[in-house]
Ligand binder design. Structure first.
Ligand code: 5GP
Length: 193
């Protein structure tokens, strides 16, 4: 059986990856399975354990790291996030296409493990626009705003390393651009078989 395609979605924080991810996952042509990350971040009210994330304790997370169960992991805003290896490998081995959403530093280790994965970096329309979005989204937490803006600036410096950079002028257009590239890649792989 042909292996499934692993798609990685990344970009500067608060750039709107979540909306693009939801559109990609809902698309019937792409049939993407979401790679559910482990995190030590507390669950938000609208989130479901085992669907949005596996919400785990620091101790459980440390166990996963120690046992080499994560393809990659990172610390973000005081919490740990990691991509479970077994889940991605199982789905891909069954011919399923997998979508992994990570912050930018997570992409390198995934690419090393899965060199034929397809990564997309989502850029904001402008740096000013992103700063505005971050300030709006985290307006109750001054310290978090400047931390996130600094992190976003660092992340944007990674963009030139990506072959597929998509500007998020509006979520729908970026989704359509990414969808077209994924379908193209799927077609290419079919022809190579
Ligand atoms: P949030 O707390 O807003 O759900 O996620 C914070 C950031 O962590 C987002 O940029 C998201 O893409 C990233 N993230 C989620 N899961 C993972 C993961 O497994 N690994 C890495 N490196 N980043 C992740």
């Amino acid at each position: 059986m042909a292996k499934g395609l692993v798609v990685i979605l990344t970009g500067a924080s608060s750039v709107g990856k979540g909306r693009i991810r939801d559109l990609l996952l809902a698309d019937p042509d792409l049939k993407l399975f979401f790679s559910i990350s482990e995190t030590t971040r507390p669950k938000k009210e609208n989130e479901v354990d085992g669907k949005d994330y596996y919400f785990v304790s620091y101790k459980q997370f440390a166990e996963s790291v120690k046992n080499h169960e994560l393809l990659e992991y990172t610390e973000f805003n005081g919490y740990y996030y990691g991509t479970p290896k077994a889940q991605v490998e199982f789905l891909a081995s069954k011919g399923k296409n997998v979508l992994i959403e990570v912050e930018a530093q997570g992409v390198g280790p995934i690419k090393l493990n899965i060199p034929d994965s397809l990564a997309f970096f989502v850029m904001p329309e402008s740096r000013e626009e992103l700063e505005k979005q971050i300030a709006e989204r985290y307006k109750d937490d001054e310290a978090s705003v400047s931390r996130r803006i600094n992190k976003a600036k660092m992340e944007m410096e990674l963009a030139p390393l990506f072959r597929n950079v998509v500007t998020n002028t509006d979520g729908e257009a970026a989704f359509r651009e990414i969808k077209a590239k994924i379908l193209e890649e799927m077609e290419l792989r079919k022809q190579k078989k």
